[in-house]
Ligand binder design. Structure first.
Ligand SMILES: Cc1cc2nc3c(=O)[nH]c(=O)nc-3n(C[C@H](O)[C@H](O)[C@H](O)COP(=O)(O)O)c2cc1C
Length: 182
């Protein structure tokens, strides 16, 4: 049986370090785990007036992708000691309704950021995801001064590659309802 993990990047930037981390995760995932990368460029700003008319197509596609995934990998840039508006906005759309696809989803957090390594962004994400009782894996992975560790779109630092690999093993175990030592 193979597992699907949806990697959502919270950056719209072509050269995004967070998207680079997701590409590294595609390489480093266990053999039976496939990481798909989902971009948020088409997601409109949340508007309750729009929601009551029906989810816009990119939002419906995001919700379906989350629902069909066995787990989530949220790649969160940090902006001003918080999560990027792009990612928070997507979470707001995905969180809606009694049938929210976020409910209880096994989820790992990763960040490529500046000095903090995304610690504050991840704290705020945990808070926001608490609403849907998302099963957030601990610890998260945060990479400070991301620009020192990504070259030509590739995560090159072995220590960080190993941390992502371990995180993916732990996420797989969380999805399967087991501990890493089982
Ligand atoms: C508006 C803005 C605010 C930022 N604030 C922080 C911050 O509070 N802490 C931090 O570690 N990095 C901060 N950064 C650095 C970003 O997290 C870093 O550039 C990151 O690589 C952006 O993600 P991306 O490469 O995936 O686009 C900030 C960057 C911008 C543009």
């Amino acid at each position: 049986m193979s597992l699907t993990v949806l990697g959502i990047t919270g950056s719209l930037r072509k050269g995004s370090y967070n998207t680079a981390l997701l590409r590294a995760c595609q390489e480093l995932a266990p053999d039976d785990v496939e990481v798909e990368i989902h971009r948020l460029s088409e997601i409109p700003l949340y508007d309750r007036d729009v929601e009551v008319q029906g989810f816009p197509e990119p939002v419906a596609a995001l919700r379906t992708a989350i629902a069909e995934a066995d787990g989530l990998l949220l790649a969160a840039p940090e902006y001003n000691h918080s999560v990027s508006g792009v990612l928070k906005n997507a979470i707001d759309w995905a969180s809606r309704g009694k049938d929210s696809p976020l409910d209880h989803k096994p989820t790992a957090l990763i960040s490529a950021a500046g000095g903090s390594g995304g610690k504050h962004a991840q704290d705020h994400l945990r808070q926001a995801l608490g609403h849907n009782r998302v099963r957030v894996l601990e610890p998260a992975v945060g990479i400070a001064r991301a620009w020192d560790h990504v070259e030509d779109g590739v995560l090159v630092t072995d220590e960080h590659r190993r941390a992502l690999q371990a995180l993916l093993v732990a996420l797989r175990a969380e999805i399967l309802g087991a501990t890493v030592d089982d």
